[in-house]
Design a protein around this ligand. Structure first.
Ligand code: FES
Length: 128
């Protein structure tokens, strides 16, 4: 029996195929860029904008915060910032733009904070 046709080799092949498929799936689901940049002037005071996989907010003039746009409820996407809250339209969860705390469910978990830094007037959000 050759190595290519033995059950062990077949298992290894299937394992390798599953690992490759999982890797491809992870790559397909990963954000295009882990780091996004946005001009501070483009973030409205008392509001925010969705930038790539993040929501960047300015709760008070000159104070900025950043969160993942992945909704902690069922991994929907926070796509809107209105009236001082970040909104996931999937089931209507709302999160505070300053803290990420839940204002309205069904989510019980806050929006996930994201790393935020500044380079002059440019904001840099995400992993470096
Ligand atoms: S996935 Fe966001 S509210 Fe359900």
């Amino acid at each position: 029996m050759s190595a290519e046709t033995s059950p062990c080799s077949r298992r290894r092949f299937l394992l390798g195929t599953a690992a490759t498929a999982a890797g491809a799936l992870i790559a397909a689901c990963a954000p295009k860029s882990a780091v996004e940049k946005v001009a501070a002037k483009d973030i409205p005071v008392g509001g925010g904008v969705v930038v790539g996989g993040y929501v960047v907010t300015q709760p008070e003039k000159g104070k900025f915060a950043a969160f993942s746009n992945v909704c902690p409820h069922q991994n929907g996407r926070i796509t809107e910032v209105r009236d001082g809250v970040m909104i996931c339209p999937n089931h209507g969860s709302e999160f505070d733009i300053a803290t990420g705390k839940v204002i309205a469910g069904p989510s019980r978990q806050p929006a996930g904070e994201a790393p935020l830094s500044a380079n002059g007037t440019e904001l840099i959000v995400g992993q470096k």
